[in-house]
Design a binder for this molecule. Structure first.
Ligand SMILES: *Cc1c(COP(=O)(O)O)cnc(C)c1O
Length: 828
């Protein structure tokens, strides 16, 4: 660039064009990145060097598009979606970005020309595990879909230095290792320390007279810097690149200096550590938030930074604030970001000096809330004492919102004190607390559940008073998964087969999979489909051998249950099925020759403090080591539990599965998305009428789904009658023998105490009614065995599952959000 080039010169305004999309162009760019990016030549480059150079090469191709989209987002006055999520479970980026940029084949050839196996470089990437499970993965699927649909969007979240822990097993028990995903750096992120926002905490509030207008202001006690890190979110081969902006906490200079100047160096360092703790680690509880101060700090930290960012980046300084709803919608992914509501009000009223009522009217149009649960323990509350100490002005604002709300409730419902108390944003028991789901419901233009059944239960059971008060506010948007990652990338063989039949359009128009229905009747297609499944099983077998030293036997049905370990998901029901089958063999009641060979695969992390979940993990491993080594079983049953289930492992396991276990107690799983991934990859589901299972079954048909267990109303009525798990134990000899075998120490070397807490919990408490659904589950598994015996019929059902599940594309979910909540449109 000539040094006289002015900032408004066209060359300075436009991004430099991408390198040529040819093998030669790619090789040259790759070698350049090795030399000038890593400071090595090809001959002395390590695998890490090559991976980084490859990642940077892919970035180079996407960069011009990204810069252009960033520019347009600043210029074009369209409505934007700010997706606020404390979690993004992204999975590996390299392959996705190669696919999105259409460079997969070119890269493969270019690397081969350099004597490098692309697959080896793929393995170098540490996946960013910035989420716990389904909720974080959903956020990642959604931003992929928005980019692919060309909808301007910024995903906002936290750049945790340590993501979800790495799980290992020590004597069959979970041990947690820190996930140092950044230890080698990340080639996908762009730090912008110059764009840091100052985020304040603590202190007190005061009122003052602003030329005759009484106002409040917040005098905080301390602050931290929120440094944005940008990540590319490329659309699928459409030239669009959206942005994921994750915030990282660093100490502010002023903060350091104040202490530093007092001469207390140690204190200055300690204070810096304190500030930087905010984005240090992801809380590993899925569906069971702890009321920890640091967690509230994290939540406020990232939403306050994001709101400032929206004002700075998206809006001109003189923007007419009453028009905000035309420019921005904040989607709250669960209650984690709900503190954004009082922060937005604080900015409008205290800083921008807007009138309260006008600000509230704007706020109610600028937020929408997605509820992700039905478990009461998952609904976040913050003690008033804590919230007031950390965010005193926000607490005042929440009180004011609540006051106005309760006045309106009285107007509509009369002075029904019980109802007022039930609907108050402030709960009184066990301690005075802010109910974040209520705050989100009052503030949100729309509140959505994540599957039909879940949304209906939200309206009728969880928030019925709110539904009556706000008719039309509660809606459903059924979750989805991105077909790019979970079919196209993770299952290339199936993708090839589909593309041969239908062309490539299905990748962005998943309903086109319907056209496969006809192919289900074609014997040759069925043979090819069965070959794809067999090939995927061999691939998985290679992965598990290399990763964990496991052997997957040929000819086994792969029966897979992978998801977070939680009692409501009922991994115990699966364990009881395995123990029942095993007990049948060793007692001689079942001839081993009659047993359908099965490999049971588990994948599950337990929250480190969730004692019962960790015991269940221990039991699964214990059952595995007995069953796998008992010669009487003759290798017919195998239990494999590869540690550290994550997106990378999901991508390998799901395409190989025959049977998908979706066996939560009806009324507990909000949606599930694992269920969708399996069905789209041609696994048949054994499942309860819960979450999105209901919709899967409606679409694929009863003949292609193994339904079992109580429905949600049946669960309710059993509770009402008084549930006694022991009566189910007494009534079913198979259940009795299985539980007795566990209690007798058959899986704990004779130690009767090891798994006693699990057994007695099932017999005397059993909150999730495992014993009540046991016999229906065993019955359904017998039907699975019978069905699997006819391989051709099974394959036909599997094809119909794929053909009929196009609805579960996250592109469809995003269209639903756009039409029913956001009222935005694809632009540019
Ligand atoms: C899809 C996914 C989940 C969610 O699984 P559910 O069965 O819906 O609970 C959790 N973890 C990972 C890694 C996933 O890919």
């Amino acid at each position: 660039m000539p040094d006289h080039l002015h900032p408004t010169h066209p060359l300075a305004l436009a991004p430099v064009a991408a390198p040529p999309s040819t093998v030669d162009g790619f090789v040259r760019e790759f070698l350049l990145n090795l030399n000038s990016g890593r400071g090595v030549t090809l001959s002395n480059a390590s695998a890490t060097d090559k991976y980084f150079a490859l990642a940077h090469t892919v970035r180079d191709y996407l960069m011009a598009r990204w810069l252009e989209d960033l520019r347009r987002q600043r210029e074009v006055q369209d409505k934007g979606v700010a997706y606020l999520s404390a979690e993004y479970l992204l999975g590996r980026q390299l392959d996705n970005n190669l696919l999105a940029s259409g460079l997969s084949e070119i890269a493969e050839e270019a690397l081969a020309a350099c004597g490098i196996d692309l697959d080896v470089l793929r393995q170098q990437e540490v996946e960013p595990g910035l989420g716990n499970g389904g909720l974080g993965r959903l956020a990642a699927c959604f931003i992929d879909s928005l980019a692919t649909m060309g909808v301007p969007n910024v995903g906002y979240g936290i750049r945790y230095e340590y993501g979800i822990f790495r799980q290992t097993f020590v004597d069959g028990q979970q041990a947690e290792q820190p996930d140092a995903w950044l230890s080698l750096g990340s080639p996908w992120e762009f730090a912008h320390p110059e764009g840091a926002q100052t985020i304040a905490f603590g202190g007190h509030t005061e009122t003052y007279d602003d030329e005759g207008v009484p106002r409040s202001r917040w005098i905080p006690a301390w602050n931290v810097q929120a440094v944005p890190y940008n990540y590319m979110v490329p659309g699928y081969q459409n030239g669009r690149v959206n942005t994921l902006r994750l915030w990282s906490a660093v100490a502010t200079n002023s903060f350091d200096l104040r202490v530093f100047n007092s001469g207390d160096y140690e204190e200055a360092v300690r204070a810096q550590t304190y500030a930087e703790n905010i984005s240090k680690v992801l809380y590993p509880e899925d569906s069971t938030p702890q009321g920890k101060e640091l967690r509230l700090q994290q939540q406020y930290f990232f939403v306050a930074a994001s709101i400032r960012d929206v004002f700075d980046v998206m809006l001109p300084a003189d923007f007419e604030l009453t028009n905000l709803p035309e420019r921005i919608i904040f989607q709250l992914n669960d209650t984690h970001p709900v503190i954004a509501v009082p922060e937005f009000m604080r900015v409008l009223v205290d800083e921008k000096k807007m009138d309260w009522d006008a600000a509230w009217a704007v706020t109610q149009q600028c937020f929408a809330y997605t509820c992700h649960t039905l478990l009461p323990e998952a609904l976040e509350v913050w003690p008033v004492e804590l919230l007031g100490r950390l965010l005193p002005r926000h607490l005042e604002i929440i009180y004011r919102i609540n006051e106005d709300f309760l006045v309106a409730v009285r107007e509509k419902f009369g002075d029904d004190e019980m109802r007022i108390r039930d609907m108050s944003i402030i709960g009184e028991h066990p301690v005075r607390s802010v109910r974040m789901a209520y705050l989100a419901t009052v503030a949100g233009a729309k509140v959505n559940g994540v599957a039909e059944l879940h949304s209906q239960l939200l309206r009728d059971k969880v928030l019925p008073d709110f539904n009556e008060f706000y008719p039309g506010k509660f809606i459903n948007v059924t979750n989805g998964v991105t077909p790019r990652r979970f079919v196209r990338l993770s299952n290339p063989s199936l993708s090839g087969l589909i593309t041969d039949a239908l062309g490539t359009g299905w990748v962005t128009d998943l309903e086109r999979l319907r056209e496969l229905e006809a192919y289900a009747e074609d014997p040759e297609f069925r043979t090819q489909f069965a070959e794809v499944k067999a090939a995927n099983k061999r691939l998985l077998s290679d992965v598990l051998r290399e990763r964990d030293g496991f052997e997957v036997s040929d000819g086994h049905m792969l029966d897979v249950m992978v998801k977070r370990l939680h009692e409501y998901k009922r991994q115990m029901l699966k364990v009881l099925h395995i123990v029942t089958t095993y007990e049948g063999i060793i007692s001689g009641r079942v001839a081993v020759g009659d047993v359908q060979p099965r490999t049971f695969i588990f994948g599950a992390k337990a929250a480190p403090g969730y004692v019962m979940a960790k015991r269940i993990i221990h039991l699964i491993n214990a059952v595995g080591s007995v069953v796998n080594n008992d010669p009487r079983v003759e290798g017919k049953l195998k239990v494999l539990f590869p540690p550290n289930y994550n997106v990378t492992l999901a991508e390998r396991v799901i395409p190989a599965a025959d049977l998908s276990e979706q066996i939560s107690l009806a009324g507990k799983e909000a949606s599930g998305t694992g269920n969708m991934k399996f069905a789209l990859n041609g696994a048949l589901t054994i499942g309860t009428d819960d979450g999105a299972n209901v919709e899967i079954r409606e679409l694929v048909g009863d003949d292609n789904f193994f339904l079992f267990g109580m429905s949600e109303p049946e669960v309710e009525s059993l509770w009402a009658k008084g549930y006694k798990p022991s009566s189910f134990y007494n009534a079913d000899s198979g259940l009795r023998r299985s539980l007795d075998l566990i209690a007798a120490g058959a899986f704990s070397g004779g130690d009767r105490s090891m798994f006693e807490p699990i057994v007695s919990n099932l017999l005397y408490d059993d909150r999730f009614m495992v014993l009540a659904d046991y016999s229906a589950y065993i019955g359904a598994q017998a039907k699975v065995d019978a069905a699997y015996a006819d391989q051709d019929a099974w394959t036909r059902s599997a094809i119909l599952n794929v053909a009929r599940c196009g609805y579960f594309s996250s592109d469809r979910s995003m269209r639903d959000y756009i039409e029913r909540i956001w009222h935005t449109a694809p632009s540019f």
